[in-house]
Design a protein around this ligand. Structure first.
Ligand SMILES: [Zn+2]
Length: 138
């Protein structure tokens, strides 16, 4: 970890039951989307990460997501394309092209929406910080 990393430390909330970062918190209560854990927000594990570590985690999650899309989407989309008559089952080249376009569009759409969600979270956090006037994030 270098000096720049030390200046940009973020805190990540993790489920105390399974360690997942997929937790929702509202009004002091939290729940994990990866397991059935529910509890108080103060029970969550806090992991401090540098920007570089956070970027590494995000890159790993996005890689897993890309792999998952390439595994699960072709079956569903291929079936939908054939059933609706948009592409014949014998047209393997056409099917492959449409499936590839769908996987890519899904991935890009997810990233774009994640950017919008992140912007909303940052704006909300900035507004809350300004409202409290203490300059500290939650
Ligand atoms: Zn969990």
């Amino acid at each position: 970890m270098n000096t720049v990393d030390l200046l940009n430390v973020i805190e990540v909330e993790l489920c105390p039951e399974c360690g997942s970062g997929k937790v929702d918190s509202a009004q002091g209560n939290s729940k994990c989307k990866s397991c059935s854990w529910r509890g108080t927000t103060s029970s969550l594990l806090i992991r401090k990460m540098s920007d570089n570590e956070a970027h590494s985690v995000v890159a790993s999650v996005l890689h897993d997501y890309w792999q998952e899309l390439q595994t699960s989407v072709p079956k569903i989309v291929g079936l939908a394309l054939v059933r609706c008559g948009l592409c014949g089952m014998d047209d393997t080249e056409g099917l492959a092209r449409l499936i590839k376009a769908t996987v890519l569009a899904t991935y890009k759409g997810t990233l774009e929406e994640l950017d919008r969600v992140q912007d909303e979270i940052i704006k909300r956090r900035d507004t809350d910080t300004m409202r409290r006037g203490d300059g500290k994030p939650d």
